[in-house]
Design a protein around this ligand. Structure first.
Ligand SMILES: CC(=O)N[C@H]1[C@@H](OP(=O)(O)OP(=O)(O)OC[C@H]2O[C@@H](n3ccc(=O)[nH]c3=O)[C@H](O)[C@@H]2O)O[C@H](CO)[C@@H](O)[C@@H]1O[C@H](C)C(=O)N[C@@H](C)C(=O)N[C@H](CCC(=O)O)C(=O)O
Ligand SMILES: Nc1ncnc2c1ncn2[C@@H]1O[C@H](COP(=O)(O)OP(=O)(O)OP(=O)(O)O)[C@@H](O)[C@H]1O
Ligand SMILES: N[C@H](CCC[C@H](N)C(=O)O)C(=O)O
Ligand SMILES: [Mg+2]
Length: 485
């Protein structure tokens, strides 16, 4: 039995009459359609609708308490009122779902979150811990991967997953904190020992408005989600890194900066090899510090960055530096991130990558350049119902850096595919436009000679293409194999 009175004890909220405080709490929900008898309902103002409009329905379905703004109307259940109901709901739900894995870290940034949490999970696992990650790829453990649909799931899914992982024996968990997730308090309430920052560049301005608000949304991870005695692992070579370091230092977090300009793990040298790259990493300490040489079995400067951030998180939460750096030599590739799908009949390697921002495209093309003898053919589109301003910029980056560009469809969602393509084409001087992703992939592979390399960007691991409100099965890796054979 979990009594409501016990859960709300000491919480900073105004609690109304209207129900029994000794009632048994059976669960939490933020969608009235998921309310069962005994549920605590969170009623939040959303972008699409106002959750407060569903309070009466939630009470009818058996909600015993409603967390909502003081001005919301709650009848027939206890009103737990707070000006910031999402945050309060997270704290309350966490009291219900506790305990969680002992060591929990979070990663934010525009690009690299998925790769970093996945590499963190792998490092922990190789160190003998029971580890998991939660993010775009779903909930991943060493035996399972279950999709949640979003990068940062809703608060109830998140906390119940974290608690379920603990019951399965998971002691270490890394999760992706997207800017939407942070702005909506989707990952709160549990102790977070360290936060990682990968980078910041243009994305999601449809939601956040401008870069400063986008930055502030991300910084909530360090301002509020990571515990006051926690650590911040900061990729030091981004244009926003200094601002992040200043902010986390002001909060009093322990700072581990990593990268060429990093102080905790300094990337002294990076040399691409055929199947990966050699990293020389300087770690300050006694006797002038120590230089470690790591043969990272992943290609691309960006994966070196994510690997160092992951190593930083593991070290920040107690991992032995020498051991962690040694284990970087044994990590596995991350699904859909510079994944080699196939080698075409003509002999051209075809890579699938999840680049879906201008900066991501730049990183993916630059990663493949040292491995290209002939031409680099880049294929991509842009997602519908997302930041429209990034479209011509993606076109520009590709036109500038690739030798041949094919603009096609990503997930059009509710938009007209040709309109999205036109917006990308506006920046992509000299590009070829091919509607229909399968036809475009076939054309890209058919054009590639033995010395060329093909990059299929934007969809990475995704298993479907969202057209209208339907999701049609589509996997870039499978389609590439079909077109290559
Ligand atoms: C813009 C956005 O982030 N929207 C998410 C958000 O919506 P919202 O809070 O604005 O909610 P709303 O739909 O207006 O509804 C308001 C409230 O009423 C409730 N409701 C609604 C209808 C109903 O019948 N009954 C009911 O109780 C809802 O549960 C909600 O609490 O909360 C909803 C419930 O959890 C999410 O489903 C929804 O994700 C939509 C589908 C989405 O597309 N999100 C994307 C943009 C997203 O979150 N992406 C990020 C970023 C990925 C990246 O890093 O690139 C991610 O973390 O995945
Ligand atoms: N450190 C990085 N710097 C620049 N670009 C990167 C970096 N890491 C990844 N990328 C690019 O971004 C793409 C997405 O990477 P990843 O999935 O790890 O990021 P993410 O932050 O989880 O994305 P999402 O916002 O969709 O959750 C990669 O396929 C790559 O093209
Ligand atoms: N988390 C990102 C993923 C984008 C992937 C791309 N394939 C698209 O559909 O735009 C988003 O929701 O914007
Ligand atoms: Mg991700």
């Amino acid at each position: 039995m979990t009594r409501l009175a016990g859960l709300i004890e000491g919480l900073d909220a105004v609690v109304s009459d209207g129900g029994a405080l000794d009632a048994n709490v059976t669960g939490f929900a933020i969608d009235n359609r998921k309310v069962a008898p005994g549920t605590v309902f969170g009623a939040f103002q959303g972008l699409r609708v106002n959750g407060e409009d569903y309070i009466a329905d939630a009470v009818k379905s058996g909600a015993i308490a409603v967390v909502a703004r003081p001005e919301a109307k709650v009848e027939g259940a206890i009103h737990i009122a707070h000006a910031n109901p999402r945050r309060l709901f997270a704290q309350l739900a966490a009291r219900y779902f506790t305990p969680f894995p002992d060591v929990t870290v979070a990663v934010t940034g525009t690009n690299g979150k998925t790769s970093t949490v996945e590499l963190t999970r792998q490092l922990w696992r190789m160190m003998g811990h029971h580890a998991a990650s939660i993010g775009t790829l779903g909930v991943t453990t060493s035996v399972d991967q279950v999709s949640t649909g979003l990068t940062t799931p809703d608060i109830v899914t998140f906390l119940s997953n974290m608690s379920g992982l603990r019951r399965e024996g998971i002691t270490h968990a890394a999760f992706e904190a997207s800017s939407h997730g942070l702005a909506q308090y989707r990952t709160e309430g549990l102790p977070v020992l360290a936060g990682g920052f990968t980078n910041l560049s243009r994305d999601h301005l449809d939601y956040h408005g401008d870069m400063d608000s986008y930055f502030d949304a991300k910084m909530r991870l360090f301002d509020e989600v990571v515990g006051a005695d926690g650590a911040a692992v900061v990729w030091a070579d981004d244009a926003w890194s200094d601002k992040v370091i200043a902010r986390v230092t002001k909060r009093g977090l322990r700072v581990l900066s990593v990268g060429v300009q990093g102080q905790a793990l300094r990337l002294a040298n990076r040399t691409p090899t055929q199947l990966g790259q050699t990293l020389e990493i300087e770690v300050p300490g006694e006797a002038g510090g120590k230089l470690y040489k790591v043969n990272l079995p992943l290609i691309g400067a960006y994966q070196a960055a994510n690997a160092l951030t992951a190593a930083g998180l593991v070290i920040a939460t107690g991992g032995d530096t020498a051991k962690v750096l040694e284990l970087l030599g044994r990590v596995q590739p991350v699904r859909g991130r510079l994944e080699r799908a196939v080698i075409s009949k003509a002999g051209a390697p075809v890579y699938v990558d999840y680049a879906h921002t201008p900066d991501g495209l730049r990183a993916a093309i630059e990663a493949l350049r040292p491995h290209t003898k002939g031409r680099l053919i880049a294929l991509f589109g842009a997602g519908g119902d997302r930041d429209v301003g990034k479209r011509p910029l993606m076109g520009q980056v590709a036109a500038e850096l690739a030798d041949h560009v094919i603009v096609t469809d990503d997930n059009p969602r509710s938009e007209e595919p040709s309109t999205i393509r036109a917006a990308v084409m506006a920046g992509a001087t000299g590009a070829q436009e091919i509607g229909g992703r399968r036809a475009a992939i076939a054309a890209a592979i058919a054009q590639a000679g033995a010395d060329d390399i093909v990059l299929l960007a934007g969809k990475g691991h995704e298993q479907g293409q969202i057209i209208g409100d339907r999701v049609l099965p589509f996997d870039d890796v499978t389609v590439a194999r079909e077109c290559a054979g």
